[in-house]
Design a protein around this ligand. Structure first.
Ligand code: GAR
Length: 188
């Protein structure tokens, strides 16, 4: 049995997609979803799907060993950031080398870094008149959106595509590929 722990800060549509993908695969368990947002929609999704979800505040995350202790108890084989917006502290990166992955809604290194998340990425892509965008799944290190790239997928953009259309195209790539990349990593 392999254990996944997910971190999320927002809507949690990727979390829901991952939970549903592994629902009928008994060899993989979603041990817990951890969130830093008390009112995040991801909490409702977890309640509906009957998956453990814990809220923590920023201090617990960055200035104490509270999250490390929780992770020690959960024994994750893989830690997955699915729309998680805080920087991962060095203590966590050190404790779980090559065991923390993140999904980013652009073709890194383009449109990455602090403040580049969610719709801000798609707005920048539109502004720069990009002819394609995509997703990047990468290992996490101490910097934002900087670790070794595991997987990328592209989608074409039309000049008329709105920010919402770009977000939808990228979302479709995320839902199609993220669970499979996670599964492959767990098998490797
Ligand atoms: C996803 O598009 C994910 O790639 C992005 O946040 C969204 C979360 O959506 N992550 C980042 O921008 C990280 N820099 P969701 O909460 O509906 O899964």
């Amino acid at each position: 049995m392999k254990n996944i722990v997910l971190f999320a800060s927002g809507s949690g549509s990727n979390v829901e997609n991952i939970i549903k993908y592994f629902e009928h695969k008994p060899q993989v368990s979603i041990a817990c979803v951890l969130t830093n947002k008390r009112d995040a929609k991801v909490i409702d999704r977890c309640n509906k799907l009957k998956i453990n979800c814990l809220y923590f505040n920023k201090t617990a995350f960055s200035k104490s060993d509270c999250i490390l202790k929780i992770l020690e108890a959960l024994q994750p084989d893989l830690i997955v950031l699915a729309g998680f917006l805080l920087k991962i502290p060095q203590s966590l990166v050190k404790k779980y080398p090559n065991k923390i992955i993140n999904i980013h809604p652009s073709l890194l290194p383009k449109f990455g870094g602090k403040g580049m998340y969610g719709k801000y990425v798609h707005e920048a892509v539109k502004e720069q008149k990009e002819v394609e965008t995509g997703i990047t799944i990468h290992y996490v290190n101490e910097k934002y959106d900087d670790g070794a790239i595991l997987f990328q997928a592209k989608t074409e953009l039309l000049p008329a595509d709105s920010v919402e259309v770009i977000a939808k195209k990228v979302g479709e790539l995320e839902y199609a590929h993220f669970p499979e990349v996670i599964e492959k990593l767990l098998d490797s």
